[in-house]
Structure formats: structure tokens, C-alpha cells
Design a protein around this ligand. Structure first.
Ligand code: NAD
Ligand code: UDP
Length: 314
């Protein structure tokens, strides 16, 4: 039975990965300090023979007994609201936490996968973004704490690969949505859906002409799994290339949910990227992967999740 450690395993993406690796027959160790995650996300796995939860900050000394085959480093605040509220923790988990997770993988001879991000491209001047693009990041702006932490994490991962011969993978994840996002995490999909379900105005920042490309969580997990099992050492974009304006998204959510909500325009946050769309040519060619879930289907599944949560059924 392969043994897999997932840092940030009680978060949105990490908990879906715990499910997937259990399904694949792995023993899963979920390590999380619950700074933005919730034990509710993995409650259904507690008591499972192949699952263990450890409450720990990954920036601290890591001791794990027994062998490990895979280390997936997903710990980090990810929503702009979260990482701007937790700037030092975000820098620490991306730097010190990545170093600790890499050190653990090296000690165990495990394969390591880093959850990197489209934010390494910053406010991109190349569109869509290919992996060769070095990005356009403001290191001292409010988003710098996240962007630079992830850029450092990529550099550290490549250094462990080149210097120590560690078997590493880097996923550059683009905006992902789905069940288990926190209703209050401040990201656009969770905000719009919860605002519409409550009959409140949808808060569009700026004029809503900025774009994002939204990937449903099951597609992302499949892409990550294939990347981990592939031979691709260089960073790989994993995301859905279908691009929407934020205003398009607001209208789609309103149409799907119905109700009385209106659209309210708010100031655009500083350094908010104007455009974002992955070029997934590398993932298509090397992983044979592309997303399958259309936005209408993904939104319906996510709306259902938040509807049940609001109704207090879990
Ligand atoms: P999330 O906030 O739901 O999950 C992050 C998890 O990491 C939480 O459970 C949190 O408690 C844990 N954590 C944070 N700091 C920690 C620490 N020091 N020690 C132990 N645990 C810690 O966010 P998410 O959306 O699931 O993102 C997971 C990863 O994927 C992050 O690394 C993020 O940067 C990356 N990512 C996500 C997206 C996305 O669209 N969701 C896009 C790009 C990259
Ligand atoms: N956004 C918005 N209203 C909200 C939340 C976000 O218009 O209530 C915008 C935000 O300014 C950005 C886009 O939606 O242009 C995506 O924001 P999110 O926080 O989801 O993630 P980002 O892609 O910026 O990391």
C-alpha cells in the first residue's frame, strides 16, 4: 500500500486529494494546522484504516514514522482575502514549509509534488500563459506575499531536484472551484454563489471586465494525479482554458440561481490581474489530460453544495 502525505489536506483541494488517494488504495496522512481548513472536510475519512489526520504546522519540525512514497505540499492560504489577512503565515508556509516538506520527502525517498499557482505569472503581459513565461509580479504589493512565496517554493523545489536528485513535480494550478470551498473565503465563485443564495447583491470588483478561467475540482484532481504519476519535472499548468469575464460569471450565477439579487460594483483591489487563462498544451501532450466539466455543470454542483450548507444539512 503506497503511503502518501498531503500537507493542507483539510483544505478545499487537499481534502479532495485525500479522497482520491484513498480511492487509489493509498494510505493517506493528512497534515494540517487548520488555519484556513476544516476537519469537516475530512470528517468522513476519520476512522478509515487508511487515513490519519495530524494537526501540525508544516513550518515546524516534521517527524513522520514509517515510509512515505509521495509528499504533496498543498498547505498555504490560497484565497486573496486569506493570504492578505495572513501575510506572514503565507510567506512562512511557502518558504519554510516548502523546505520542511522537501526535507521530509528527501529523508523518505518520496516523490514530491508542489501546489504552485497561476499567480507566479502575476498580472501577465503574455496571454494565455504558457509555462515558459516568467511572469509580471509586484514583490512589494499586497499579493506579493503569496506570489513570491510560491515563486520561492518553485525555486526551492527545483534546487532539491537538481542538487539532491529529488523526484519532484510542480503543478501551476489556475482558479479552481467546487464543493468544500469555504463560503466566507472571499473568492469570486464562493462569494457570488453565497450572495445570490442569500438574495444579496453580487459584488463585482472594478467594471468586471477582468478575466479568469475556472476549473472544476474533479478535473483538477485528475490532472494532479496524472502529473504526479508522470515523468514531467518542469512546471505544468493545470486549469481550464475556457476564459470568462468576472461580469460574465456574475450573470451566469444569477441566471442559474434566479432570485432578486442585483450586481453592485466595488473598487478593483490593487494589483488584481487583468487577465488569466492557462495554455494547457503541455498537460494535453504529456499527461493526456484536459478538463471535462463545463462551467454550467460545475456551477450547479457547487451551488447545490452551498445550498445544503446554508440549509444547515451539514
Ligand atoms: P485552502 O485554504 O482551502 O487549503 C489550504 C490548507 O492548508 C488549509 O487546510 C490550511 O489550514 C492549510 N495550511 C495553511 N498553512 C499551513 C501550515 N503552515 N501548516 C499546515 N497546514 C497549513 O486552499 P486551497 O484552495 O485548497 O489551496 C490548496 C493549495 O493549492 C494551496 O497551496 C494553494 O496555493 C494552491 N492553489 C489553489 C488554487 C485554487 O484555485 N484553489 C489555485 C492555485 C493554487
Ligand atoms: N472578485 C469580484 N468579486 C468578489 C470577489 C472577487 O469581482 O466578490 C474578482 C477579483 O477582483 C478578481 C476575480 O474576481 O478579479 C477572481 O478573484 P478571486 O479572489 O476568486 O481569485 P484571484 O484569481 O484574484 O486569485
Amino acid at each position: 500500500m503506497p503511503r502518501t502525505l498531503i500537507t493542507g489536506g483539510a483544505g478545499f483541494l487537499g481534502s479532495h486529494l485525500c479522497d482520491r488517494f484513498i480511492e487509489e488504495g493509498h494510505h493517506v496522512i493528512c497534515l494540517d494546522n487548520l488555519i484556513t481548513g476544516m476537519t469537516d472536510n475530512v470528517a468522513h475519512l476519520i476512522g478509515h484504516d487508511a487515513f490519519r489526520f495530524i494537526k501540525l504546522d508544516v513550518t515546524e519540525y516534521l517527524y513522520i514514522d514509517g515510509p512515505l512514497d509521495y509528499v504533496l505540499h498543498f498547505a498555504s492560504p490560497a484565497s486573496p482575502v486569506d493570504y492578505q489577512r495572513l501575510p506572514i503565515q503565507t510567506l512562512k508556509v511557502g518558504s519554510l514549509g516548502t523546505h520542511k516538506a522537501l526535507g521530509l520527502a528527501k529523508a523518505k525517498g518520496a516523490r514530491f509534488l508542489l501546489a504552485s499557482t497561476s499567480e507566479v505569472y502575476g498580472d501577465p503581459v503574455i496571454h494565455p500563459q504558457r509555462e515558459e513565461y516568467w511572469g509580471n509580479v509586484n514583490p512589494v504589493g499586497p499579493r506579493g506575499v503569496y506570489d513570491e512565496a510560491k515563486r520561492f517554493a518553485e525555486a526551492m523545489t527545483m534546487a532539491y531536484h537538481r542538487y539532491h536528485g529529488l523526484d519532484t513535480r510542480i503543478a501551476r494550478i489556475f482558479n479552481t472551484y467546487g464543493p468544500r470551498m469555504r463560503a466566507s473565503d472571499g473568492r469570486v465563485v464562493s462569494n457570488f454563489i453565497n450572495q445570490a443564495l442569500r438574495g444579496e447583491p453580487l459584488t463585482v470588483y472594478g467594471d468586471g471586465s477582468q478575466t479568469r478561467s475556472f476549473c472544476y475540482v474533479s478535473d483538477l484532481v485528475e490532472g494532479l494525479y496524472r502529473l504526479l504519476m508522470s515523468d514531467e519535472i518542469d512546471p505544468v499548468n493545470i486549469g481550464n482554458p475556457k476564459e470568462f469575464t468576472v461580469l460574465d460569471l456574475a450573470r451566469m450565477v444569477l441566471e442559474t440561481i434566479g432570485g432578486e439579487s442585483t450586481i453592485e460594483f466595488r473598487p478593483l483591489p490593487l494589483d488584481d490581474p487583468r487577465v488569466r487563462q492557462p495554455d494547457i498544451g503541455l498537460a494535453r501532450a504529456t499527461l493526456g489530460w484536459e478538463p471535462k466539466v463545463q462551467i454550467a455543470e460545475g456551477l450547479a454542483l457547487t451551488i447545490e453544495h452551498f445550498r445544503r450548507q446554508l440549509a444547515g444539512s451539514y
